[in-house]
Design a protein around this ligand. Structure first.
Ligand code: DOR
Ligand code: ZN
Length: 344
């Protein structure tokens, strides 16, 4: 049995670092584990211009512990009136790594999102031209579509048309949760990839209702049936370059989660790599962790691989019930349960 594993330092291709006091509280966790991360732009107000992304990047850098080598990779929040010239200029200037498509009202701070992809076709055409990746929150928002079907319906109604119209656009199907998404991504060319979160690899939808309502297991896209979790595990551990690490760590203060209308989001940053390692270990695929965590992402984005290394050791520890960081109390993913890997 392998008891330690050393891999290139991983990157997180999807994370919410927030702003202000919450940014100060959570940025050190991500910076400790990862070399780089794709920073989600769903602040309030959202990051829609190169100028606001550059300012946000400065605030992130200021929140990092002294001596941190972490690099935030910024994204542009697409709206119906997104400006192709500003986005292309921001990409050329090295401010924007990618742009994010939130269907309007799909999730936290997405009210300014895109109401119809047709409205942003000129922007997407420009992105295809300049090789700038589009990151997609893949859920329809129609109230007549069951919440557990929103991703599968999005594939049929939006993704297929989008990829058909822009066959060379680099697309990351973010935080996929269904076997339909795995089938779709597998069926596309190498310009279509997906991120997979640790929580969607660990839990199925029953986790939200285990003995009572469990707000800390609630995120969007919501966890699905067990068959879907198994399809995600298979995809993540397959060795396919189309799948890579994206935690979707999304902190909300404990009172905002434990509420009559609790926020969507799982805060997994503190033990993210350990959480993925447990999955790869359970699947007998530890030799594929490095590809998923540290190689497939940079290769897709056309970035260099990290040179430094991280070592994980098999060692069981109980994850704390909550973390008091700065003024916030946050409940981490796996709170109160054991994880069998730790970072040395
Ligand atoms: O669970 C989620 N939380 N999903 C998202 O898409 C957004 C995120 C957040 O920002 O809280
Ligand atoms: Zn997210």
């Amino acid at each position: 049995m392998t008891d330690t594993i050393t891999i290139r330092r991983p990157d997180d291709w999807h994370v919410h670092l927030r702003d202000g006091a919450m940014l100060e509280a959570v940025a050190p966790f991500t910076a400790k584990q990862f070399g780089r991360a794709i920073i989600m732009p769903n602040l309030s107000p959202p990051v829609t211009s190169a100028a606001s992304a550059a300012a946000y990047r400065d605030r992130i850098m200021a929140a990092l512990p002294a001596g941190s080598g972490f690099t935030p990779l910024m994204t542009c929040y697409l709206t119906d009136d997104a400006d192709a010239d500003d986005i292309a200029a921001g990409h050329a200037a090295g401010i924007f790594t990618a742009a994010k498509l939130y269907p309007a009202n799909a999730t936290t701070n997405s009210a300014h999102g895109v109401t119809d992809v047709a409205h942003i076709m000129p922007v997407l055409e420009r992105m295809q031209e300049i090789g700038m990746p589009l990151l997609v929150h893949g859920e329809v928002t129609d109230s007549d579509i069951d919440i557990f079907d929103r991703e599968a319906v999005f594939i049929e109604r939006v993704m297929k048309t989008l990829i058909g119209a822009l066959p060379d656009l680099k697309v990351v199907f973010e935080h996929i949760t269904t076997e339909q998404a795995v089938r779709f991504v597998d069926s596309c060319g190498p310009n279509v990839a997906a991120t997979i979160t640790p929580h969607h690899l660990h839990i199925n939808r029953n986790a939200m209702f285990a003995g009572g309502i469990r707000p800390h297991a609630y995120c969007l896209p919501v966890a699905k049936r067990e068959i879907h979790r198994l399809a995600l595990r298979k995809a993540a551990t397959s060795g396919s370059p189309k799948y890579f690490l994206g935690t979707d760590s999304a902190p909300h203060e404990i009172h905002a989660k434990e509420s009559a209308c609790g926020c969507a989001g799982i805060f997994n940053a503190p033990y993210a790599l350990e959480s993925y390692a447990a999955v790869f270990d359970e699947e007998g695929a530890l030799d594929r962790l490095e590809g998923f965590a540290s190689e497939h992402g940079p290769n897709f984005y056309g970035l260099s691989l990290n040179e430094d290394k991280v070592t994980l050791a098999r060692s069981s520890a109980v994850i704390p019930e909550n973390l008091a960081v700065a003024d916030a109390t946050l409940v981490p993913f796996h709170a109160g349960s054991e994880l069998n890997w730790r970072i040395l």
